[in-house]
Design a protein around this ligand. Sequence first.
Ligand SMILES: [Mn+2]
Length: 435
Amino acid sequence: MVKIIHMADTHLGYRARRGTVNKWAVDNYSKPYEQEIYDTFLKVIDKISHIKDLDFLVHCGDIFHHPSKYSSYPPPEPARRILIQGLQIFFENTNNKVPFIYIEGNHGVFRGYEYTPFESHINKDQYPNLYYFKERDLIEAIRSNRSLSIEFPDKKVRFYLFPYFEFKSFEIYESAYDNWIKNQQPNDNEFINIAIAHGSAGDETLHSKVNSNDFNYDYVALGHEHGFKRVSKNHYYSGCLLPMNFKEKLENQSYLIVDINEKTRELNIDTKFTDNLINRSFELIHHETNPKESTSDLETWIQDELDKFISKDGFNSATSARLKFNFYGEMTTERTWQINELMLKIRRSCFSQPEKYNILQLIWGISDISETFEDDISAGIIQDYILEKPDDEFKEFVQEKLSEDRTHYDVDKLTKFGMDAIKKALRIMEKEKEV
Ligand SMILES: [Mn+2]
């Protein structure tokens, strides 16, 4: 029996940012949820390193969250230190006997650079049983028309490596990759043949030869999709350790203990779910609204939901909740404005009482029966709004606000100010997009 741990997408250094308060840093300058991912990673690595008769640890990419396509920042310092600590725990507990094989994903790499934070931020050469493969290794293999693989003859196991590569982004890449990939087809049955890849069919970053059974791999360890997923009887995504956003909360995360029978090549997959290791509430709260529901009824409902997170000890970075309200139903633009206004007010009040509320993040989404507005601050809402009859509806909204207020402003003037502000904001957003 060959025993392999399959894990992926740890995203060390990921921070929950939207709808959080910046001042909530923990003692070593990490952020609360970032710290929870670190703690979980070390816990899991320690657990894995004590598994009896473990032959290999395979990590399918994205061990660091930064840098990425949208952020050229290096991994934050705590992420670097936690990875070093994790490697030390693993190699010490396994007496350097168990190979750790890592392929690079699309996160944690400076695009266009030949070195990566995995090389510049940790001293990878001090771990004799660490095997590292990045995009550059893949490009070299393609250029020299050679396989990118590694063999362990004493265990009779061979790994075919597929670091993340956007081979579909240029025709010349695609044809080169298509020509090269035959080198990744096992040509003997004496070894157990395993593919390790970062990519997915969904965004065309996983080649069909790896995604299918064409090459007859005994097992395909996949990274890039963040939820646990059995693609076929021998293709698996383990997912991250913890969900990073509310969409991923709807999935499960895990690491896999994969046992492969040398003779029959039969697999036994033991899925160790890790999303249940989370120490905080992480919830999507749904509410169906309609134009007739009064603002005060809505406010009462929201407040009741939030009051479930009142704690006598107040805010605690280790247990504070991540919450997303999902308002759906028949939405008018006026309703959307009301909800945004209400939620901004409630969030402000909630975050200004850390002695009362144990809440880390509070965001919301508003979806109409016909379409979805994803975010309270997305340009989409305002842009859609501007395409309709914004002046009239905004005026109605201002009028309603003022009638509560009972003061007498010039509604037309206020509407004009509001529209100017929105248009200016849109111009700024458009400019930011161009960068
Ligand atoms: Mn990825």
